[in-house]
Design a protein around this ligand. Structure first.
Ligand SMILES: [Zn+2]
Length: 390
């Protein structure tokens, strides 16, 4: 059995904020923090190869265990040697617990099946959640043990604990029940993951929008035998935006001193990334750059905060524009193609459009994180923040 070779080293703490730089060492390479973690839902960062991903100045991506359970099945991935071999990716991989998507079925129903009542789809019990497969209607049981076994099959470097995701609005009573269950489930996940010490488990802080619950959850999670911490069910479940950052204010004073990496789940707007890093977050994940790219949204700092730093390349403004997507960008797309050509590809829905936009957007995020890390190192993070968010 391989020995654990995970560790997190904090390399610098900003003197003017809680921002910090560090390196997470995993069995498949290093993750420079603060890190942005793109999402490779179905064991592919859509439209690009692992080599193209690496060239975007990024170290790690997420794969969604929920999707792997159904297609191709985690047993198939295990048989093929795990995600790294299956995908031909030599860097670090994170996987989630599959819980978020499963609990979302209860909240929102499966896509394209709005007529099905939620109570028929999802049942939450002490040993996990039962739900109907959106693929074939069969009933599936997923609990902490099943989630850990699935992530062991996938062989990811960073594994998320199985938690009960809650959705806003919610009563405090119901939020407490979910938090307590999440804590009991974490103890089962810790025990199960002892079998694969080369994989590193992150526990997840829950508690919805309730300050007392979030603090209680952070205290609990901080004292568990885990290698990292994630803060869950905030940005993805329709909480008011100001609550998203209140949750960090309540929990990070408890979590930062233990010096384990802290991941903020589901954060991907530029402004939110900068505000999260300022409070001490080490990594964040979101579909933003890839999904937006496939919709024709091109990230560009000069588009400004009010436009969320992006513009729509399919606009007719670009029909005859000879400039690259972003003048001065060093990505493969900007080095070789014009706005006019990429506009044309989007208008024709040519497959190359998605690839070129994805490469540019991911490099934009990769380079933003590098700029953030450099500024923390130079104690100039607040200057960077004011420069971007003015
Ligand atoms: Zn570019």
């Amino acid at each position: 059995m391989k020995m654990n070779n995970f560790n997190f080293t904090i390399t610098h703490k900003d003197i003017n904020s809680s921002a910090r730089t560090g390196v997470i060492k995993t069995p498949h390479g290093h993750i420079r923090t603060p890190a942005f973690v793109p999402v490779g839902t179905a064991a592919t960062v859509k439209a690009i190869t692992p080599e193209e991903f690496k060239a975007c100045n990024l170290d790690v991506f997420f794969v969604n265990t929920y999707h792997m359970l159904f297609r191709p099945g985690t047993d198939v991935v295990k048989h093929m040697g795990g995600l790294h071999t299956f995908m031909n990716w030599t860097g670090a991989v994170m996987t989630d617990s599959a819980g978020f998507q499963a609990f979302s079925l209860g909240e929102f129903g499966p896509r394209n099946s709005s007529s099905v009542k939620t109570e028929q789809i999802v049942r939450i019990r002490e040993d996990g959640i039962s739900f109907k497969s959106v693929w074939d209607g069969s009933t599936i049981h997923l609990g902490p043990i099943e989630s850990m076994k699935a992530q062991q099959d996938l062989g990811s470097d960073i594994v998320m604990a199985f938690d009960e995701c809650t959705f806003y609005p919610i009563s405090e009573k119901r939020a407490r029940e979910a938090m307590m269950r999440t804590h009991r489930w974490l103890e089962m996940c810790v025990k199960e993951m002892k079998k694969t010490p080369q994989q590193s488990l992150y526990g997840i802080v829950q508690g919805s929008v309730f300050e007392n619950l979030r603090r209680e959850s952070a205290e609990f999670i901080a004292h568990q035998d885990i290698r990292g911490i994630a803060i869950g069910s905030v940005a993805n479940s329709k909480e008011p935006r100001e609550k998203v950052f209140s949750v960090l204010d309540w929990t990070l004073p408890i979590l930062l001193p233990i010096e384990k990496p802290i991941h903020f789940l589901g954060i991907g707007e530029i402004e939110d990334i900068i505000l999260s890093v300022e409070k001490g977050i080490d990594s964040l994940d979101c579909i933003t750059p890839t999904r937006m790219g496939r919709m024709g949204w091109i990230f560009d700092k000069s588009a400004g905060l009010k436009n969320k730093f992006r513009y729509d390349i399919s606009s007719k403004d670009f029909v005859q524009d000879k400039k690259p997507l972003v003048p001065g960008c060093t990505c493969y797309t900007c080095a070789n193609y014009s706005r006019s050509y990429i506009h044309h590809l989007f208008r024709c829905r040519e497959l190359l459009a998605y690839r070129l936009a994805t490469i540019h957007n991911l490099m934009f995020f990769g380079n933003l994180m590098e700029e953030i890390r450099d500024s923390i190192h130079n104690n100039s993070f607040i200057t960077l923040k004011n420069n971007w968010l003015r």
